[in-house]
Design a protein around this ligand. Structure first.
Ligand code: 5GP
Ligand code: ZN
Length: 118
């Protein structure tokens, strides 16, 4: 069922505390933790605690979509990158680089970010 934990999902395991993570912020509905392979001085992943495979599926739950973006904004403030600028990335589909199919927003900042992305 939509939103239910998936036994084979890495980020469900992190949410459950079964896999360790460097947690930056824990809210009622979201968890933010540092990416294990950071691509910028700040690289934090924000996930809904409930399992949705991608952004489009998450959009079926509008309050939860807003919670993920709200947490991303809080991370930017906590990390001190809200003034300099930062990027929120939701890779969607393996062709776009999605490797973990539990929706997650990458919050990237602390260095110059080129456009267009690769
Ligand atoms: P995607 O490629 O799906 O957009 O992003 C998945 C991200 O998860 C990658 O940036 C990758 O470095 C990160 N990642 C993969 N395994 C782990 C892990 O075990 N812990 C943490 N904190 N991040 C992970
Ligand atoms: Zn999951």
């Amino acid at each position: 069922m939509a939103g239910e934990p998936q036994a084979d999902c890495l980020f469900c395991k992190i949410v459950a505390g079964e896999v360790p993570a460097d947690v930056v912020l824990d809210t009622a509905t979201t968890l933010a933790f540092r990416d294990i392979n950071p691509q910028a001085p700040t690289h934090v992943l924000v996930v809904p605690k409930a399992h949705y495979p991608n952004a489009a599926a998450l959009a079926a739950e509008p309050p939860l979509s807003a919670d993920v973006l709200s947490t991303a904004g809080q991370i930017a403030r906590l990390e001190g990158i809200d003034e300099s600028g930062y990027r929120i990335v939701l890779n969607t589909g393996s062709g776009a680089g999605q490797t973990v199919f539990h929706v997650h927003a990458h919050v990237l900042g602390g260095r110059g970010l080129r456009w267009p992305p690769g």
